[in-house]
Design a protein around this ligand. Structure first.
Ligand SMILES: [Zn+2]
Length: 487
């Protein structure tokens, strides 16, 4: 495979111009180019988002400041944060892109650049890409049906409806399975049928080892046959309660994957894509062991990696990507497929800046409709953010006055006070959420906790007997081996 980065770097240069110091007019023109795509002979395009964790609304999401790689993975993608990441990917500091990909100067930058994600904004961006790339497919890497109150209360229904309107073509899963095998079957068989293909080559029945889901599909994109294989999270029954999927087995299923790739190639695929929820370290290892995959579009570990990592194996090179989380990014993979093989590629991990993209009217309306029955519950105040000086002064009254004056939109370093929950229904919902979310899971290693579920924060705080805790836990609850000890 020929690896081309010219257009990607060009885009970085354009996007880097949309930085902090620019005047409004200059910034506006740079923004105009922010989501423009460049042709380079590409004829196949795949859009990819992953781990949106049911975040229908725009949100603030801070990238981690620690990501430890073990052994020879230390200092290599995805184990790069902050300035090291900027240097590696030639992203200028103090720019919109630097803010998207790092935690640096987070509070100030978040105030400047605003919220990220939101399905109405994601929908607009997907339409922009489709307009420039006719025939492009949209792939959802999973962890989509869990992570918000409405996803919990509707048992994933809201996210399925949003994904259908968004035009998702293919998905795989992980936290989806915490809805229980019966509910997953119901949604896949009834709601997704004929619209969204749910793929997983590595989920089988525990009794006879029969496949539970379709393993792969062939899709023609501009006349070119492209095989897409699904890979659900291999450790689902370990990381999440086993009783939710008692009759299904998971695992990486490497041999079956190789057979599936070979079958797809034998049927005439000119490009083979793995839509994976393995997590990036597993994907990197898998790419070195399995042959015939052109690109792994990965998720689960929430790594926002600007450029694919090429991995050599016995038969060639496989590109490995990871596309962040919470609806913050939309990856656009362009392939130049010729002579029945991938000859070149271009990859963009486009940040979904809510204030750069008009909300799609139809999606915004759907979200309003989905949330309407729960408006009162959603409006309940769960936490009050105090300004930092309140900590130092330890004078609640003074802090109260300042809070009213300043009303910061982005929570500054300070305290979060959880006022407690009154209604029995909410208490029950919290208990259910704890159960669904697998709080007691033994293996927290690469399993993301839901950043978006206010109830989760409340539940965790209550269980731990704490009423106040640092805002870090409120904003970026990404549990990794390296970070788990912080909270
Ligand atoms: Zn996951």
């Amino acid at each position: 495979m020929t690896i081309t980065r010219r257009e990607f770097l060009h885009t970085l240069a354009v996007a880097a111009a949309a930085g902090l110091p620019l005047a409004d007019t200059a910034r506006a023109s740079a923004i105009n180019g922010f989501y423009d795509l460049h042709q380079f002979g590409n004829n196949v395009t795949l859009m990819h988002f992953t781990d949106c964790h049911a975040q229908l609304m725009p949100t603030y999401f801070r990238e981690p400041n620690v990501n430890l790689g073990v052994g020879d993975m230390a200092g290599r993608p995805p184990h790069l944060v902050g300035e090291a990441l900027l240097k590696r990917y030639q992203i200028s500091a103090n720019t919109r892109l630097a803010h998207a990909f790092t935690y640096l100067d987070y509070v100030n930058a978040a105030r400047t650049f605003g919220k990220v994600g939101g399905f109405a904004h994601l929908a607009t961006l997907a339409k922009k890409v489709r307009a420039q790339r006719p025939g492009a497919l949209l792939l959802d890497g999973g962890d989509s049906w869990q992570g918000s109150a409405t996803a919990l209360w509707t048992k994933g229904e809201d996210m399925v409806q949003a994904a259908r309107l968004l035009g998702v073509d293919i998905m795989t899963g992980h936290w989806e399975f915490t809805l229980g095998a019966g509910r997953v079957r119901e949604l896949v068989d009834k709601q997704l049928k004929g619209r969204i293909e749910f793929l997983a080559q590595n989920v089988k029945t525990a009794d006879f080892g029969d496949p539970v889901f379709t393993a792969w599909v062939m899709r023609e994109i501009n006349g070119i046959p492209v095989a897409i294989i699904g890979q659900a999270f291999p450790y689902t029954p370990i990381a999440n309660p086993r009783y939710l999927v008692p009759d299904w087995t998971f695992g990486i299923q490497e041999e079956n994957l190789q057979k599936t790739i070979d079958a797809a190639t034998a049927k005439g695929a000119h490009a083979v894509i793995l839509l994976s929820h393995n997590g990036m370290d597993v994907d990197l290892k898998l790419a070195s062991r399995v042959t015939g995959i052109d690109v792994i579009l990965g998720g689960h570990t929430h790594d926002a990696i600007p450029d694919p990592v090429p991995v050599k194996n016995r038969a060639g090179v496989t590109l490995v990507t990871n596309a962040g989380c919470n609806g913050k990014f939309l990856a656009v993979l362009d392939l130049d497929v010729r002579n029945k093989r991938v000859a070149g590629y271009q990859y963009r991990l486009l940040p979904v800046f809510s204030n750069l993209l008009e909300p799609d009217r139809e999606m915004a309306q759907l979200i309003r409709t989905l949330r309407a029955p729960y408006e009162k519950r959603l409006a309940e105040k769960l936490a009050v953010i105090a300004p930092p000086e309140a900590q130092a002064e330890q004078q609640p009254d003074a802090g109260q006055k300042r809070r009213h004056r300043q009303a910061p939109e982005v929570p500054p370093p300070g305290l979060v006070h959880l006022p407690g929950i009154n209604g029995q229904a909410e208490k029950n919902a919290l208990r259910r959420q704890q159960t669904h979310a697998g709080d007691e899971e033994p293996n927290r290693d690469r399993t993301p906790a839901p950043h978006g579920g206010d109830e989760r924060h409340e539940a965790r705080a209550r269980r731990g007997g704490i009423r106040q805790y640092q805002r870090g836990a409120y904003l970026f609850w990404l549990i990794r081996p390296s970070m788990a000890g912080r909270w």
